[in-house]
Structure formats: C-alpha cells, structure tokens
Design a protein around this ligand. Structure first.
Ligand code: PLP
Ligand code: COI
Length: 336
C-alpha cells in the first residue's frame, strides 16, 4: 500500500479529509449494520436535536505505525467504554462496545495510506462521535441517531510543536458539580470556546480550570488532564467533574510499574501548585505536553518544562505506543 504524498512532519492538529469513514444509523430502537462510506458530509433536518440542543458526544484516539511496521491503536476498549458512559449520561443509545472497536479498526484499515510512517512524529487521529439526528423542538432526546468514525492525520496539538506551555488559571468554569464534566459531551467544549479564544488573545496556550463549586482545586484544561511531579511522586487531580483521561490512567500505571514512582490521585489545591517541580498536560491529542508556566492572576509559577520525569513519562508512554517498549497486556490493538 502506497502512503499518501504528505509532508507528515509538518502536520499540525487540523482536519484533513481522508478516503473513508464508518457510519451507522439508529432508528426504531435499533442500530443498523453500519458500513464504510466515502461521503464526508452529513445532511439532516434543520431541527435535528444536535443542532438545537447539542445532543452529541465524541471520542478521540490515535493509530500509529510501530517500529516494526504494524499499524496499531492504543486501548480502544477504554474509548468504547467512555463513549458508552457519555451516551448514557446524554440519553443517547449506546453503540455496542465491541462494534465500536470494530468500526475504529475498519476505519483505520480503509485509510491505511493515511497512517503516518514510524518516526514522522505524526499519527492518524480517530474521531468516533454520535449525534441526535431527527427533528426535536420540545426539549427532549432525539429518537434517531448517527454514529460515525472519521480519521485525519495529525501532528502536535499545541501551536509551535512540543515546547513548554504557558497556562493561566481561568476565571470561567468548564463543568458544574453533578454536570457533564466527566463525560465527553460536545457541550463541554462549547462551554470552553469563549475562554480559549480569550486565553490565546492574552498569550496563553490553554486554560487551567478550577472546580466550579469552591474554585480552590485544580481540575484540568480544556482538552487534557494535568499531572504534577514532586520528588519521586506523580500527583494528579481526582475529581468527579473531570474527564477520565485514558492517557492519564495509563501514565499512572507507567509511573508505578515502569518508573517505580509513587502516585497520588487526590484533590490538588490551587494553593499548592507552587510546591511541584514539573507539570504536564496529558491526553490523546496532547500526549504529554510539558508545562513551563502557570499564571495565577499575575503570580507566575514556573516548572521545568521537559524536566527529567515528564521526559521519562513521555518516552515510556510513546515507546509503548510505537512498539519500542513492551506494553501491558491488552493495551495495544494490532490492526495490520
Ligand atoms: N480532558 C479533556 C477535557 C479532553 O478533551 C481530553 C481528550 O480526550 C482529555 C482530558 C484526555 O483524555 P484522553 O487521554 O482519554 O484522550
Ligand atoms: C483528544 O485528545 O482526543 C481530545 O478529544 C481533545 C480535544 C481537545 C482535541
């Protein structure tokens, strides 16, 4: 199979239309058989529930070319589970978890020419998503839904590639107590758009959100969880209103089992972030992005950027993903 003629190493995090995507429709209480299609556009009622009441959720995952030339993806079963949780919270029908993984695998296979080569620094980003598609005008869930998976080749998430980020403590909130912060609802991201544009205008790469109940604890950023380092300990916020990042859960295991670190998953107070030496953002898109500075209303807290621990976590996680380091059982789905 011949790869597409793309300058892989100069890719940013943008949408490139690839050849095929997976589509399945839900109607009369059941999902259809689903299929691959070359149709990238969606046509629906002007009154579709997703357009009026934002009934939509999504996932983000990546396919990689490994050192020995296989195409793999990372822990897709956990994305399937999280999407099922999102669907239940948003009153959407679950797309069966085994079918979710098969749909992702089929989409990657059909777009194998778009999977960036090993060593290019790029990967094939996969975006499974679901939306309420029939006309709904009173506030209630849709009765018809579409599940799709598309693929797009991507490079680093943050502008300027992998460099220490400058974050700010954000005055806006992302998720309410007992709201939807713990699932991957499109509405959480709509909530963050005003704040991210404002952050960029003020020269910051991302917003650090606080818990909206007390505004005293660190939650996460708009598109990634956050980890801190102190000595041999990895510290990461525990909260019911943050997204349970698959990358963060994997890093916790990597820190314990591969690097012999202590791990604390607990509430992290804003008042203690000056005690840490290193900080990173973690997620599928962010991988582990080193943080250089967090600005808290004029007070600057500086971190080591690619300090020794963030570097080791990055090398080990990406080593596992690219097949350079043996993976824990069940982490790698070999596609080709
Ligand atoms: N937090 C938010 C708000 C996100 O959008 C993401 C991205 O998916 C993450 C965290 C990281 O999650 P994961 O590691 O599963 O990609
Ligand atoms: C991901 O990391 O997959 C996400 O969905 C985050 C998003 C901000 C791109």
């Amino acid at each position: 199979m011949e790869k597409k003629n793309i300058d892989w190493s100069s890719l940013g995090f943008g949408y490139v239309q690839t050849d095929m995507r997976y589509v399945s429709n839900y109607k009369n209480g059941a999902w259809d058989d689903g299929c691959l299609t070359d149709q990238a556009n969606v046509t629906m009622s002007e009154c579709a529930c997703v357009l009026q009441y934002a009934q939509t959720c999504f996932e983000g995952m990546k396919a990689y070319t490994t050192q020995d030339g296989h195409i793999v993806c990372f822990r897709p079963d956990l994305n399937a589970q999280r999407m099922a949780d999102s669907c239940r919270r948003l009153k959407m029908p679950v797309f069966p978890e085994d079918r979710f993984v098969k749909a992702v695998v089929e989409t990657v296979r059909a777009n194998a020419a778009w999977v960036p080569p090993y060593g290019s620094g790029a990967s094939l980003y996969l975006r499974p998503f679901m939306f309420g598609s029939d006309a709904i005008i009173g506030v209630k869930p849709a009765t018809e839904f579409q599940f799709r998976v598309f693929a797009t080749p991507v490079g680093p998430y943050f502008k300027g590639g992998i460099k220490p980020l400058k974050l700010r403590i954000c005055d806006y909130d992302r998720a309410a107590p007992r709201g939807t912060g713990h699932v991957k609802a499109g509405l959480n991201y709509a909530m963050s758009l005003y704040a991210i544009v404002d952050a960029h205008e003020q020269g910051y790469d991302e917003n650090v959100y606080l818990d909206s109940g007390s505004r005293t604890f660190i939650e996460e950023t708009g598109g990634a969880n956050i980890v801190f380092v102190k000595g041999n300990t990895l510290v990461t916020p525990k909260s019911d209103t943050i997204l349970p990042s698959i990358t963060r859960r994997s890093l916790v295991q990597v820190a314990k089992d591969y690097l012999g670190m202590e791990v604390e998953e607990r509430e992290v107070a804003l008042s203690e972030i000056g005690d840490f030496t290193e900080c990173g953002l973690c997620g599928t898109a962010a991988v582990i992005s080193p943080v250089g500075t967090i600005v808290d209303h004029g007070k600057e807290i500086n971190y080591a950027g690619f300090g020794p621990t963030i570097q080791k976590l990055y090398d080990t996680l990406t080593g596992i993903q690219m097949g350079r380091i043996p993976a824990p059982e069940g982490w790698i789905e070999v596609i080709e």
